[in-house]
Design a protein around this ligand. Structure first.
Ligand code: ATR
Length: 272
C-alpha cells in the first residue's frame, strides 16, 4: 500500500482524505490511500521518521502548526523557501514544496480572474496570505495588504521581498479596489456572521472577491461583493487545486478535478 496523508494538530476537521481517496478510486489506484495523522508539535521530527520508515508513507501534506517548523527536516524547494512554509513533502527524496501558491493562482485563472494591473486589497498576514501575496506579486497587480495587526503585514511584505504596501483600513480607497482577497479565517464557520471587510469602509462597487474561506460556501464577504455589483469566488477551488498538485507530486498523475470537487462538496454537505 502506498500511503499519503495529512499531518497537523489537530487534523480531524480536514476534508483532504475525501478529495484524494475519491481521486484514487476514480483512477483505479487501489494501492493508494490518504489518511489523517494527528501529530503534536513536540514529536514532529520523530513522527516524520516513523511515517517514512515504518508507516509506508510516500509523502504527506502538512498543515497548521507544522508548515514552518517542518522546514529544517526536509529539503524545501525555492518556492517553499521563499514563502517560508511547506505543505507537501515527498519522502522518497525528502523534497518539499508549497502547493498553496499554485492552487491559488490556478484557481484565479480557472475563474477567469486576471490580477495583472488590478488594484488588489489582500486581507491577512498569516500563512495563507503569504502564499497569495507571493503569487499575486508575480503579476503586475498593485497590492495593498490590510491586517488586524499592521506590523505583521509589514513583516510579511519585507520577508517575501515583494512589491506591496501595508495599509490601515482607513487608507483603502474603495473606488479604486478591483480585487479583494480574504486570507483570514474571518467569516468561516462557526463565525459565519463576521465579515472580513471592515464595514466602517464603504464596500467597493463592482469588485471581485476571492474568499479563501470555503465553509460556508457563501460568506458574508461574498454576499457583499454581489450586493455591490461584483463577483465572488469561494476558496474551495484553491483547496482542491493545492491538493491536486500534491497528488501529482506523489503519484506523477494529475487527478480528475471534477471528482475532487464533487468529493469535497459532498464532504462539506454543500450543493453545487
Ligand atoms: P493561516 O495559516 O490560515 O493564514 P494564521 O497564520 O493563523 O492562519 O493567520 C490568520 C490571519 O487571520 C491573520 O492575518 C490574522 O490576523 P492577525 O495577524 O492580526 O492575527 C487574521 N485574523 C484571525 N482572526 C481575525 C479576526 N477576528 N479579525 C481580523 N483578522 C483576523
Amino acid at each position: 500500500m502506498n500511503r499519503v496523508g495529512l499531518i497537523g494538530w489537530p487534523v480531524s476537521h480536514s476534508i483532504s482524505p475525501a478529495l484524494h481517496n475519491a481521486a484514487f478510486a476514480a483512477l483505479g489506484m487501489q494501492d493508494w490511500q490518504y489518511d489523517l495523522q494527528p501529530v503534536p508539535p513536540d514529536v514532529l521530527k520523530g513522527s516524520l521518521k516513523t511515517l517514512k520508515e515504518e508507516g509506508g508513507y510516500v509523502g504527506v501534506n502538512v498543515t497548521v502548526p507544522h508548515k514552518e517548523t517542518v522546514m529544517p527536516f526536509v529539503k524545501p524547494d525555492a518556492l517553499a523557501q521563499a514563502i517560508g512554509a511547506v505543505n507537501t513533502i515527498d519522502f522518497r527524496d525528502d523534497t518539499a514544496t508549497n502547493t498553496d501558491v499554485y492552487g491559488f493562482m490556478d484557481d484565479l485563472q480557472a475563474n477567469g480572474i486576471d490580477p495583472n494591473g488590478m488594484n488588489v486589497v489582500l486581507i491577512g498576514a498569516g500563512g495563507a496570505a503569504r502564499a497569495a501575496l507571493y503569487g499575486l506579486a508575480s503579476t503586475t497587480a498593485k497590492i495593498k495588504v490590510v491586517n488586524r495587526t499592521l506590523d505583521k503585514a509589514v513583516a510579511m511584505i519585507h520577508g517575501l521581498g515583494v512589491s506591496a504596501s501595508a495599509a490601515k483600513w482607513e487608507a483603502v480607497k474603495p473606488d479604486e479596489v478591483q480585487l479583494i482577497v480574504n486570507c483570514t479565517v474571518v467569516g468561516m464557520v462557526p463565525k459565519q456572521d463576521e465579515c472580513a471587510w471592515n464595514e466602517a469602509i464603504a464596500f467597493p462597487k463592482g469588485a471581485i472577491v476571492y474568499d479563501m474561506v470555503y465553509r460556508p460556501a457563501k460568506t458574508r464577504l461574498m454576499d457583499m461583493a454581489e450586493a455591490n455589483g461584483g463577483r465572488a469566488v469561494g476558496g474551495l477551488g484553491m483547496l482542491v487545486r493545492q491538493g491536486a498538485f500534491a497528488f501529482k507530486k506523489w503519484t506523477g498523475v494529475m487527478p480528475p478535478l471534477d471528482v475532487m470537487f464533487a468529493a469535497a462538496r459532498e464532504a462539506l454537505g454543500q450543493k453545487r
